[in-house]
Ligand binder design. Structure first.
Ligand code: MF3
Ligand code: CO
Length: 256
């Protein structure tokens, strides 16, 4: 793989729309959970039809054989939980939703974690994941390094006695769902690749309440904590600019 070139004006217009479609579809999934929709397969159907109605296509469906539109990861599941007819969300469960959109060839990627409840409920692990995302994104600007992001994310998470998942990373995104550079959620400032203005990246801390080791289920997809501890995931796609970033998949961590 080679370093992606900055996006053209046409690609910029398309990735902005891609991110809006994704953000709106994600809000519809969250609203459905609040209304009491609990079968994960129904949330998948809803996500797919929302994306298509808005003129986009699901980015994950068919990616490396992934069978669905959304990933729904419950409690000790970290990422890549597969929606199923018989998988029911229980009141109080901590649920990570991960969704990707492609629009006119441009990909965006986003994840957020909610508690299953009719009201918005905050939990410590979700607050720490949101704060880690915030700290990571504070580092983003042209010339900053992937290690600057990872170090800031790791520092925030470990200061709160949570752990950073090592086996999965953030990434460049845009002309495909996963591009260079990879963006670990741990590391040293000043190391890794330099961010380039006009390219898009997905920053995505994955955190656990216990140890950071994860295992993959027999389904080949579901990644869960090895010790059974709770996990949370927050991800946004941003466009790197000279002095910071443009958020392509709102809302911010503190406005959901
Ligand atoms: N959102 C995941 C990521 O950030 C990608 C999941 S693609 C899937 O890397 F197809 F595996 F679900
Ligand atoms: Co991602």
């Amino acid at each position: 793989m080679t370093k992606p070139a900055p996006l053209s004006e046409q690609e910029l217009a398309a990735i902005r729309r891609s991110g809006q479609i994704l953000a709106q579809a994600m809000q519809q999934v969250i609203a459905a959970i609040r209304r009491g929709v609990v079968a994960t397969i129904e949330l998948d159907t809803l996500a797919e039809s929302a994306i298509r109605k808005l003129g986009g296509n699901p980015a994950f469906k068919g990616y490396r054989g992934y069978p669905r539109t959304i990933c729904i990861s419950v409690n000790d599941e970290v990422v890549h939980g597969v929606p199923r007819k018989n998988k029911i969300l229980k009141e109080g469960a901590v649920v990570s939703l991960d969704l990707g959109v492609v629009y006119r060839g441009m990909y965006t990627d986003m994840a957020t974690t909610v508690v299953v409840s009719r009201q918005t409920r905050q939990t410590e692990i979700i607050a720490v994941a949101q704060a880690a995302l915030r700290e990571g994104l504070r580092q983003v600007r042209a010339g900053a390094t992937t290690g600057d992001i990872g170090a800031a994310v790791q520092q925030l998470i470990e200061a709160h006695d949570y752990s950073v998942v090592r086996d999965l990373v953030g990434h460049g995104v845009g002309r495909s769902i996963h591009e260079e550079p990879s963006i670990p959620n741990f590391g040293q400032p000043g190391t890794g690749s330099r961010l380039r203005s006009g390219t898009a990246i997905a920053v995505e801390p994955m955190i656990t309440a216990g140890r950071y080791t994860v295992t993959t289920d027999g389904d080949g997809w579901t990644v869960r904590t090895a010790d059974g501890s709770l996990a949370a995931h927050e991800e946004r796609t941003v466009l790197v600019t000279d002095h910071g970033y443009e958020l392509l998949t709102p809302p911010r961590w503190d406005e959901s």
